[in-house]
Design a protein around this ligand. Structure first.
Ligand SMILES: C[S@@+](CC[C@H](N)C(=O)[O-])C[C@H]1O[C@@H](n2cnc3c(N)ncnc32)[C@H](O)[C@@H]1O
Length: 206
């Protein structure tokens, strides 16, 4: 990992992910998590205050980057949840098959290098009757915006910790063996359109 990714990108990502429109999105999805939960790309723990502690038995927090985990420390200490870190990347989820009721993933499908492999691992660990809850930014439906996303993506990836702008969340979910059970999408307010096309909802393994 280079110095930018180690020291500069984590606070920038943390700041961007704390923006008001994103906090508003978190409140729409995170309280739905229940039972044994795996959060993929736990980051600096920004979802923690939104969990319904009465519904969550245990939280596996998968986050491969120590710099992000350090930023989460205070929130983890303040949380009433039983939290266990998994320090491998999302492509190598170290859990048994059908181990969790909920996979929660927010603003992370854009960053995981082999996202299809990671999604197939998430599918593997969900119990029958369980679900994935997602809230992600990605490819915009308008050709003009999408074209700019393609143009800017290489530079953006370099400064934003590997974040892609052109990943289609519904396509990736369908192609990795999920059935989307609920989906909403919109441009986030007060956010540049190339960064802020947001998809959120639920999916279950087919
Ligand atoms: C934009 S941040 C989002 C963090 C958090 N989910 C949130 O909503 O604030 C993306 C996160 O994905 C993590 N990440 C990067 N590569 C990953 C991988 N291969 N597997 C899982 N997480 C990864 C990054 O370290 C970072 O914490």
């Amino acid at each position: 990992m280079n110095l930018w990714d180690e020291y500069i990108a984590p606070p920038l990502v943390n700041l961007a992910c704390s923006a008001k429109p994103i906090r508003y999105q978190r409140d729409k999805v995170v309280p739905k998590a229940s039972g044994t939960v795996l959060e993929v790309g736990f980051g600096s723990g920004l979802n923690l205050p939104y969990y319904d502690a009465d519904k969550v038995d245990r939280l596996f927090a998968l986050e491969p980057h120590m710099a992000m985990r350090k930023r989460a420390a205070e929130r983890v200490a303040a949380s009433p949840l039983k939290i266990e870190y998994l320090d491998l990347p999302g492509e190598e989820i170290p859990l048994e098959d059908k181990a969790v009721d909920t996979v929660l993933i927010t603003y992370t499908m854009c960053t995981i290098p082999d996202v299809m492999k990671a999604l197939s691992g998430m599918r593997r660990v969900i119990k029958p009757g369980g679900q994935m809850i997602f809230c992600e930014h990605g490819l915009a439906p308008d050709a003009k915006v999408a074209k700019w996303q393609q143009r800017i993506e290489p530079a953006w990836k370099a400064i934003a910790g590997g974040c892609h702008l052109t990943r289609s969340v519904p396509n990736m979910l369908n192609a990795s063996g999920f059935e989307i059970t609920e989906i909403d999408q919109m441009y986030l307010p007060s956010t540049p359109q190339i960064l802020g096309y947001n998809y959120w909802g639920t999916a279950r393994p087919t």
